[in-house]
Every structure is written in structure tokens, then in C-alpha cells.
Write a protein that binds this ligand. Structure first.
Ligand code: GDP
Ligand code: ZN
Length: 457
């Protein structure tokens, strides 16, 4: 059996559109292209305007047929793109036609997976394809493109190259044991190692900041009825030029909002909206949101400056996970005549009602102090305020970089008479880095990564 059968999928989003695309990848697709176009022979990389016909010769649609001959294609195989009219029925008919001609339905991410297996992309680049499609802000999209074009991978390759140079030095010494005395000084192995650590720390920092832009932060909004939670949510969302999403199923009160602060996605959940409902449909959403509370990075504890904490708020606070960072927000200062302020608990002259590390006085109504809150949120998750030069890294990339960093730290602890151990730590560091670009990856990792793609990509 052919272990790389021809695959086909509708590549455009479901629904209606001006143009819809069916994509095929496989070996030797020219005969299929000829059949689909009713006997015409497409030139590679030239648009062919043609009828699309089924196996009986009936015209299904007309449009453009693009034929890419291997290896000059996205997947590295022969690729055909049928650009027809973008209706769900006509696209299904086109797809069925391809299946009748011997293709099978593509799995999610299978085109990109083939591109990876045919060395068209490395793993970090392949992941950035999905990240680009999923990007929820302009800065996320820009970073995904940078990774797709290989900037992140180049950074990793540079580290690996330096590591290899150092390893060759060390391995050479291992072959001539009588020379290993003072080797580490003579070849300045430790100087080279220090340099590597500095480089790696820099990439790690860029990746961690980028991961923030990718994953964003989760914020829960806590407070008694009428303290101004909905008003604050609207104020934060309303000022935003970026996309604001109302998640479906939260019709009574907005329970969830997504805003972006300096490009960092911030998911805010109003926990009081959750507690008040008796509705069955909303209950389902609540359970989902309660999980989100468990994953929250920050809790905003909202109080009416004039009233302080009441028993309702105290009860909600008691349910929050221990150790969750809290910012206490004193709302409605327009009614008390106070100025907006942001102070840390230790130094502040605002009385904190909770063990929150930061207290902010603001008015959701006038907007005074909102900027202080935004800054406090970004500070809480360690955002350093520059989005240029970052990498939209994934958790697995960060973990691999941290693993490599740890091995380098272990290597630097080795004494002169532990060269073999030194060499081993370097080898493990290199393996960790190679995992990022996929030069050293288990099959199950590939399965996990590509299964999260959409079909047709
Ligand atoms: P929630 O129940 O906590 O969501 O509170 P709401 O946002 O629905 O607000 C309750 C009431 O307080 C509304 O009448 C708001 O207009 C009012 N309110 C909210 N924030 C402020 C504020 O900063 N200043 C003043 N004066 N009123 C506010
Ligand atoms: Zn509300």
C-alpha cells in the first residue's frame, strides 16, 4: 500500500465566499489534474482557467486550476489547487470528485506535516503556520510570520552551531586523555560556555515574552453586586482599538471579555456574573469558567471605595486558589473625590481590605486610573513592554530552552577532571535545542502538534 496517498481537503473556511479552494497533495498528480479539467494539461505554476468536471464528465464548476510539480510546492509533493466558487455545496462536490479519483480526505494539519517531513519547513516553522492562522492580534501575526520565515529557527541553529563547536573541542580532548589537564582553560571552554549561556538567556527571554503575546493572561474579576464589575469590564474593553469578543452563551451579563493590552491578550472573567445565574445553559459555561478561575494569573478584587469588603465578596475570595496574585481595585472614586492612584501594599497609604499586593483607586465611570490598572496587569505577568524582536514561542519551546539552559549550567559546574561529564551535559543541551526545530523529535510529539491544525492546512 502507498504510505503517502494523495490527500484532499477544502482549504478555505466553511461557509460562503467569493472563492473556495480545494487542495490536493500527492505523487504524480498530473493525470488527476487532466481529468479534473476535462482533458487539459496545466503548466506548473501557471493558472489554468477551466471547467471542473466529475468522473462522468459533468461540469461541476469552473475556475482556476493551479498545478505545482514536486518538489517546488508547499508540501514538496505534487500539489493541485482548485479555485472554484465559494459555496459549501459546490466545494463538497469538487472534493467528492477528488475522492472518487483516488484521493483520501486529509487529516488536520496533514499538508503542513508533509511539508515538515519533506524538509520544506522545520517544526518551529510548521507550528508558526497554525499560529499565524490563530493570531488574535497584529503583533502576534507579525511574530508568527517571523517564525514562519525562520527567524526563530535561525536563532536556535546559531546556538546549536556554537554548541557543536564547543563539543568538538571537548570530544577531541577526550580522544587524547593525556592532554586534558588544563584543557578547559587552554581552549577557553568555560569562556565559550559562558558566552553560550548569555546567548541562550537572550533567546529564552525573547521567547518567554513572545509566549505572553501568544497565550495572554487570564484575569478573574471578583466583587459584590453593584461595585462596578460590568462597568469596569466595559471601560477596559471600550477604550481598546483592538478586537473585543463577546463569547456566546453569556447573554444575561457579559461574563467574559477579551481585550489586548500592548498586544498582550487579556481574558477577563466576571466571577459574580457566574454566581448569580440559575440558567441551565449558562451553568455549563460556568463550569467551564470555573476551570478558568483555576488557571487565572491575576484576580482583580473590586470594591466600592466607600463600603469595603462585604460578606459576599469575602465568600468569593475564599474560593480563589491559594497563591493567586490579587490586585485590589477601589472603584467609584468620582463619588469620593479622591485622585486615581496605584500603590503597592507595603508602601501605600490606601488601606487594603485584602492581602492583595497592589491597590488601585479608580473610577470605571470617568475612566480615571484605568491606565494604572492596565500597567499593573502587565507588570503582574512580567511584560517588559517591547514587542519587536520577540518570538511567538510555545510552552514546549520554552521548556526545551530551559532544559538546555539547565544542562549548560550543569556543564559549567564540572571540574577539570570531569570532561566526560562536561561533554554529556553539552550533548543533552543540544538535544533539547534540536527538539524545537524537530531534528530530534518523537513521533508522538508530531502527532500532538499537527492534530491541532485545521483541516486543509
Ligand atoms: P456590577 O454589578 O458589579 O457589575 O456593577 P455595575 O457595573 O453593573 O455597576 C453598578 C452601578 O454602579 C451602576 O449604576 C453603575 O453605573 C455604577 N458605577 C459603576 N462604576 C462606577 C463609578 O466608577 N462611579 C460611579 N459614580 N458609578 C459607578
Ligand atoms: Zn455586572
Amino acid at each position: 500500500m502507498d504510505n503517502n496517498p494523495t490527500i484532499a481537503a477544502i482549504a478555505t473556511a466553511p461557509g460562503r465566499g467569493g472563492v473556495g479552494v480545494v487542495r490536493l497533495s500527492g505523487k504524480n498528480l498530473l493525470p488527476m489534474a487532466q481529468k479534473l479539467s476535462g482533458g487539459k494539461t496545466p503548466q506548473p505554476r501557471k493558472a489554468l482557467y477551466t471547467d471542473f468536471v466529475d468522473v462522468e464528465g459533468t461540469v461541476i464548476d469552473n475556475g482556476l486550476l493551479l498545478y505545482f510539480a514536486a518538489p517546488a510546492s508547499f508540501t514538496g509533493e505534487d500539489v493541485i489547487e482548485l479555485q472554484g466558487h465559494g459555496g459549501p455545496v459546490v466545494l463538497q462536490m469538487l472534493l467528492q470528485c477528488c475522492l472518487q479519483l483516488g484521493a483520501r480526505l486529509a487529516e488536520p494539519g496533514e499538508f503542513t506535516k508533509r511539508a515538515f517531513l519533506n524538509n520544506k519547513l522545520d517544526l518551529a516553522q510548521a507550528e508558526s503556520v497554525a499560529d499565524l492562522i490563530d493570531a488574535s492580534s497584529q503583533s502576534a501575526a507579525r511574530m508568527a510570520v517571523r517564525s514562519l520565515k525562520g527567524v526563530f529557527s535561525q536563532e536556535i541553529h546559531r546556538l546549536v552551531d556554537d554548541l557543536i563547536t564547543l563539543r568538538m573541542l571537548v570530544e577531541a580532548t577526550l580522544d587524547f586523555p593525556e592532554e586534558d589537564i588544563d584543557f578547559l582553560q587552554a581552549a577557553d571552554a568555560s569562556g565559550k560556555l559562558d558566552h553560550l549561556c548569555i546567548q541562550l538567556d537572550k533567546v529564552l527571554r525573547q521567547a518567554q515574552q513572545g509566549a505572553l503575546l501568544r497565550e495572554g493572561m487570564n484575569v478573574v474579576l471578583v466583587g459584590a453586586p453593584n461595585v462596578g464589575k460590568s462597568s469596569l469590564l466595559n471601560a477596559l474593553a471600550g477604550d481598546e482599538v483592538a478586537i473585543v469578543t463577546d463569547i456566546a452563551g453569556t447573554t444575561r451579563d457579559t461574563v467574559r471579555e477579551q481585550i489586548t493590552l500592548e498586544g498582550v491578550p487579556v481574558h477577563i472573567i466576571d466571577t459574580a456574573g457566574l454566581r448569580e445565574t440559575e440558567d441551565v445553559v449558562e451553568r455549563i459555561g460556568i463550569e467551564r469558567s470555573q476551570q478558568a478561575v483555576q488557571q487565572a494569573d491575576v484576580a482583580l478584587v473590586l470594591v466600592d471605595q466607600r463600603e469595603g469588603i462585604n460578606t459576599t465578596t469575602a465568600a468569593i475570595l475564599a474560593q480563589l486558589p491559594a497563591g493567586l496574585h490579587k490586585i485590589e481595585v477601589h472603584n467609584k472614586i468620582d463619588l469620593t473625590g479622591e485622585a486615581a492612584s496605584s500603590v503597592s501594599r507595603e508602601t501605600g497609604d490606601l488601606v487594603a481590605f485584602t492581602d492583595a499586593s497592589q491597590v488601585i483607586a479608580l473610577s470605571a465611570k470617568t475612566g480615571a486610573g484605568l491606565d494604572l490598572l492596565r500597567q499593573a496587569l502587565l507588570q503582574q505577568v512580567g511584560w517588559q513592554g517591547e514587542s519587536e524582536g520577540l518570538f511567538l514561542a510555545r510552552t514546549r519551546h520554552i521548556q526545551a530552552l530551559e532544559m538546555a539552559r539547565e544542562e549548560l549550567a550543569n556543564a559549567s559546574l564540572c571540574q577539570n577532571n570531569q570532561i566526560e561529564l562536561f561533554a554529556e551535559h553539552l550533548r543533552l543541551a543540544q538535544n533539547a535545542l534540536n527538539e524545537i526545530t524537530g531534528e530530534f523529535s518523537a513521533d508522538d510529539l508530531l502527532g500532538v502538534i499537527f492534530s491541532r491544525f485545521c483541516i486543509g492546512k
